[in-house]
Structure formats: C-alpha cells, structure tokens
Design a protein around this ligand. Structure first.
Ligand code: DSN
Length: 441
C-alpha cells in the first residue's frame, strides 16, 4: 500500500489488537480468508437486484429468464450471482432457514427492512426496552423507525427473565404486527416457545434479532428461534458469527419473484423482505462483503465451529464465577450465553466508565453499559458489559479466565496508580502475544 498514513494506522490497529484482549461481547477477530474476500475486487462491482431463479416455480422461472438472465439491473454479473447464491445457500443451511437475504449493510438495516416489509406507518411492534438489554433499533425514541412505527417496549423481571406476562398483556392490548425478541445486553436464553405462543394468539409476525448469539445458534450452543415457529431472524455477521461487518435476514416461507409485489401474508415474508431490502431501503449491495459473509458461513459450517461456540459459553460461565468471587456483582447473577453484565455501582460504588478507562490502560477492552432501571446517564452508566467470543477465538480456555478476572480486580484496585497499571499492561501484552490473531496465520 502506498498511502503511508493509512498503512501506518492499519499496522497500529493490528498491534493494538495483538497486544491486548478484546472483551467487548459484540466484537471478534476474523480469519485471514474473511479479510481477503473483503479486500477483493468485488468491491468494484454494482449489482442491484438479486441473483437467483432457482427457488421459483418452473413456469415463473421461464418467464423471469425471458425477461433477463437474473434479477440484476446491470451487466457483468456471472461471478456476483455465484457468490451471492453461495452466501444464501450456506446461510440457509447454517440456520435452517428457507431464505436468506445477505445484502443488509448492518444489523440496523436488517431490522429496518423487516419492519418495512411487514408494517404500515403507525403499526405496533413489541420490543425489549433498551435499558433492559434491548437494542436502539428496537424502538428507542431517538431512532427513525420509532418515528414511523408505534414501538411498545417490554422489560425484564427481577430475576432476569423477559417479562412474559407483560408481553402477553401488551400483545392483548395492542395486537402488535410484530413481536420482536432480541437484545444487545442480555445474558439469558429467552423462552422462544412462550413468545411464539403469544404471537400465534394475536397473529403477530415473530421476529428474533439474534445479532449477539447468531454464532452460538450456528454452533448449536443456543436454541434456534425457527425451531419454535419464529418467522424471521435478523443478525449481524461480525459478532459471535465471526464474519465481516454486516447484516443478514433469514426467514421461513415461500421464496418468490422479487420483481412482483406479493400479497402481505406470512407465507410470502421472504419475498416481502427481499423487496424491502432492495429497492425498499438499500441501493447496491456490498458484493465484497457478501463474498466475505459466504466465507464466514462456510467456516461456521465446519465441525470446529461447534467446539468454538461451546467454548465461548464455557469461558463466559467461568469468567462470571471468577468475577463473582472477586466481588463483582453480576446483573441477573450469571450468564447463559457469551455475555456478562456487572453492576459496578452496587459492587464498588463507581460507574462503569471508570472501570472501562482503567482496563483500557492495561489492554483489556470492555464497555460501560446501562443496567436495568439505571439511574445514571447513558454515557456514564452503572454497569459494564463484557464477553468471551473474541478471546475464545484467540484460543483462551476456562483456566485463562482466572487471570482475566484477577487483572480486572487489580486494575480496579489500582485505577489511580499509573505505575501499577503500566506493570499490568506489560503482563497483559506478554500474555496476549501467546495467542496470535487468526489473521496472523
Ligand atoms: N453495537 C452493538 C453491540 O455492541 O451490541 C449493537 O449494535
């Protein structure tokens, strides 16, 4: 690369990642192959539209093929079509879906496309409150979608379950078009069966935003919402799934011709979603990212990925135990997935940002995070959120969680002692170097 300024920053970021340990539960380290696909010439290509006729009825396919060789608006698509078809079929296999739209640029784009596919302006969507572990795009008032649709938010109970009674009560009152189960700071496994039962009673579309746990689902370490009758699953591709930064929408139903507007039925949801992604909410797909998604899905289909997913959960449980033993009070008293939420205010009388900043200094990265019913502002909330997907990719096992918990305790204790933090930083660096980044191989 000739741009020395940017090259220097890429090298610096590689070193930062190599020298420390990533505990932010939504981050990961991708393989060399995923990086290579992302850095490929597919970035040069425009390919608005869709690649495939294969799922259409024979007579419909004949008509479609007469009109054009694929549902693309530009020529030169022989390779992009193959790449996108591979990404779609691998994603369907991984998640037991009938259809995959691999074009969303992000998780937010994926969620917005599903809302747009199924709802009219002003329709009601039930989603988990942001302060109780939900996500911004599940109806936080600051978002565009919250201005278009009527989001009604449910919460968690004292023991950390989603408040299923409240979901049932709100569904009865509002008859929501969508019931959305999904989270970005929630350490338990939802009761999908119970939500599905409520949704069926009121004819709601059942949508799961599994961005955080998609890799666990792919590896069999977390239940798959489709097994309980959910219609749609959205996810990002870069968290536990360990692919490039991007979004993905999976659905169950009949795949049809995206050039023809289908009636709004649950059966037609795959086609409604395709049309809502393009031209509904996006333009040209990022074909280099789709190539990298296809690579990541292939990796996730390998037997080693199952072991990886299981180890993420084992590591998280052990880390939760070691932190508890050192006085860190966990929200909902533990974890069932990859993620841990600590109430720093209750544990040590400081906010989450203070621990985040101390840990940054020693090369451990996590993020300050709100806890349920937090009384502190979003920028300096009471909690921290951490998780094990990235360190498990580096090869850390349960025994290594003891060291991480101990470094966290020491950094907390010495947060005002720069000399001591410097010493801890050297220890973390030396330890991290024993676990190369996957892209180093
Ligand atoms: N920013 C993501 C996370 O950290 O969970 C969600 O979009």
């Amino acid at each position: 690369m000739n741009d020395e300024a940017i090259l220097g920053l890429i090298k610096a970021e590689e070193n930062r990642q190599r020298d420390g340990l990533e505990l932010i539960p939504s981050e990961n380290y991708v393989s060399h192959d995923v990086l290579a696909a992302m850095g490929s010439v597919f970035t040069n290509k425009y390919s608005e539209g869709f690649p495939s006729f294969s799922e259409l009825d024979a007579d419909e396919r004949e008509i479609a093929e007469k009109i054009m060789p694929s549902f693309r608006y530009y020529g030169g698509q022989e390779n992009t079509n193959r790449v996108e078809r591979l990404a779609i079929s691998r994603a369907c296999k991984l998640f037991k879906a009938d259809h995959a739209n691999v074009q969303p640029h992000s998780g937010a784009q994926a969620n917005n496309a599903v809302y747009f596919a199924w709802c009219e302006t002003g329709d009601t969507i039930l989603g988990l409150d942001l302060g109780h572990g939900g996500h911004l795009t599940h109806g936080a008032p600051v978002t565009q979608s919250a201005q278009v649709y009527n989001f009604v938010r449910y919460k968690t109970t004292e023991n950390g379950d989603l408040d299923y009674d409240e979901i049932a009560r709100l569904a009865k009152k509002h008859r929501p078009k969508i019931i959305l189960v999904g989270f970005s700071a929630y350490p338990k496994v939802p009761d999908f069966a119970r939500v599905a039962e409520i949704g069926r009673e009121y004819g709601s579309l059942l949508m799961a935003d599994m961005a955080h746990v998609a890799g666990l689902i792919a590896g069999g370490a977390h239940p798959n919402p489709f097994d309980f009758g959910f219609h749609v699953m959205t996810t990002t591709t870069h968290k536990t799934l360990r692919g490039p930064r991007g979004g993905l929408i999976l659905s169950r139903g009949k795949v049809g011709n995206p050039l023809k507007k289908p009636t709004k039925t649950l059966e037609n949801i795959p086609t409604l979603i395709d049309r809502a992604v393009f031209p509904g909410t996006q333009g040209g797909p990022l074909m280099h990212v789709i190539a990298a998604k296809a690579v990541a899905f292939h990796e996730a289909l390998q037997p080693e990925f199952k072991k990886y997913a299981e180890q993420i959960v084992k590591n998280a449980k052990r880390l939760a135990k070691e932190l508890t033993a050192r006085g860190f009070e966990l929200v909902f008293s533990g974890t069932e997935n990859h993620l841990i939420l600590v109430d720093m205010m209750k544990s040590f009388g400081i906010d989450g940002k203070e621990l985040e900043m101390a840990l940054d200094k020693i090369g451990l990265n996590l993020n300050a995070n709100a806890i349920p019913n937090d009384t502190l502002p979003a920028f300096r909330p009471s909690g921290v959120r951490l998780g094990t997907p990235a360190i498990t990719t580096r090869g850390l096992l349960e025994k290594d969680m003891v060291r991480i918990a101990e470094w966290m305790r020491l950094a907390l204790e010495n947060r005002k002692n720069d000399q001591k933090l410097e010493k801890l930083r050297a220890e973390v660096r030396e330890f991290s170097h024993r676990f190369p980044l996957p892209s180093d191989n």
